[in-house]
Design a protein around this ligand. Structure first.
Ligand SMILES: C=C(O[C@H]1C=CC=C(C(=O)O)[C@@H]1O)C(=O)O
Length: 419
């Protein structure tokens, strides 16, 4: 049953085209960045016009319903009509139904964005506020980037030995038939100065992982390669990732590593579960769903992944958050079957994943938006405590030491940005 919709003040959003603001990140708040960028384009939010928090099993459905009500009540004057222009909320949701961490949707006061050479500034005010300044006049001057904080990640809730033991128990549970696949994660912490410029880490991530979505919402930041769902005018696309291997040191080794991954029965199995979970979740919302039969190998600076792109024609009225609510958690971050995998994760992982492996992204007034899975990420608390997360899909043939090595590679985006 959909959660009751909280009454909301009507908002007005005015978007005007502006000259290229150049480095979008330079406009973000150094301590509380709100960011969704890919290849330098995307959106950066400033201030908080509205913050909605959610928790519990209904958190995504409640957010979808609240956002629909907010969008319907809003007046939007958007002369730009690009992905991310107009009224937009950025959001980040907890992985688990019983997480102690809140899920959030934040509507900024000002958004600066760029898409394919067109730049804009959106101002979001209460609908009854006097019409004020618009455009570049709203933008604070770009601020010089502070120094990148340096720190070393240290294993937190599970030592490396404990992690391999947990993976061993996961393999045993799979062989006993409790699940077919389960994703086991570990956390690692570091401490950075509380006033460190978060944008310096984001800039480093965006430079090194340009094809990923570099995101920052409410203290969670990272560079994710996995698109949960991107929705535009009724068309959706997803990129399913599962199955990974290290990059080779030479180009011959690298090509051999990719070829081995593409033919590894263990990784192909792990991948197939993830694709199936996405297709099953999309079908009820779709008029048509298309996915290639075989995965391709996706090259990232730290890893090769098996990847499948999925295209979907959505049914009338399905918003990006409706689809996110249906998709989360996919077998790329939970396992298969979902409920049994979630129960096993709760039993084996001695920590709250928080918003790691949850959906993070943005939604606009039409319900369009882009949501990725919060991977290769860390949460930075106000006191400078940084907690990073990395997990690996476990199937019957998984080797605990290889899975430990895989998590080490998945920590690299965050670990290297702290070097
Ligand atoms: C759970 C993570 O990655 C998922 C996404 C891609 C490949 C994965 C794998 O090969 O295990 C995982 O399913 C993570 O990065 O923490």
């Amino acid at each position: 049953m959909p959660a009751p919709v909280a009454p909301v003040a009507a908002l007005r959003a005015v978007t005007v085209e502006v000259a290229d603001p150049e480095i979008l990140l330079a406009h973000a708040d150094p301590l509380a960045p709100l960011v969704a960028l890919r290849r330098g384009d995307g959106i950066v939010g400033l201030g908080e016009r509205l913050r909605l928090t959610f928790s519990g099993p209904d958190r995504l459905r409640a957010a979808a319903a609240d956002w629909r009500a907010i969008a319907q009540a809003a007046s939007v004057d958007d002369a730009v009509h690009r992905p991310g222009s107009g009224l937009v909320a950025l959001g980040s949701f907890a992985f688990a139904d019983d997480s102690a961490e809140h899920s959030v949707l934040v509507v900024p006061e000002v958004i600066v964005g760029r898409h394919a050479g067109v730049s804009w500034v959106t101002s979001i005010t209460p609908a009854d506020a006097p019409t004020g300044v618009t455009g570049t006049a709203l933008l604070p001057d770009p601020r010089p980037f502070g120094a990148r904080p340096r720190a070393t990640l240290a294993a937190a809730s599970l030592s490396r030995e404990q992690f391999t033991a947990v993976v061993g128990r996961a393999v045993a549970a799979i062989r006993e038939g409790r699940v077919e696949k389960v994703v086991i994660a570990r956390d690692a912490t570091a401490s950075i100065p509380p006033d460190a410029d978060r944008r310096a880490l984001l800039r480093d991530l965006a430079d090194r992982y340009p094809d990923c979505v570099t995101f920052a919402v409410d203290g969670l930041l990272g560079a994710s390669p996995e698109t949960l769902i991107s929705v535009h005018a009724g068309e959706g696309s997803a990129r399913v990732l599962a199955g990974s291997t290290a990059r080779g040191a030479s180009s011959a080794d690298d090509a051999a590593a990719a070829a081995r991954l593409a033919t590894s029965p263990k990784d192909l199995d792990e991948h197939a579960f993830a694709v199936q979970s996405v297709l099953d979740a999309l079908r009820p919302h779709a008029r048509a769903v298309m996915a290639s039969e075989l995965p391709f190998t996706l090259k990232l600076p730290n890893l090769w992944h098996l990847a499948t792109d999925v295209e979907v024609q959505l049914g009338a009225g399905a918003s990006a958050l409706d689809v996110v609510a249906a998709l989360h958690p996919t077998a790329a971050v939970a396992g298969s079957p979902t409920d049994a995998a979630l129960a096993l994760i709760a039993e084996l992982e001695p920590f709250d994943r928080g918003r790691y492996a949850g959906p993070v992204g943005w939604i606009d007034q039409d319900g369009d938006g882009e949501w990725v899975i919060a991977l290769r990420c860390a949460r930075i608390d106000g006191d400078g405590t940084l907690t990073a997360y990395a997990g690996a899909g476990i199937v019957a043939d998984s080797d605990p030491e290889s899975e430990l090595a895989e998590t080490r590679m998945k920590f690299r985006p965050i670990a290297d940005s702290l070097r």
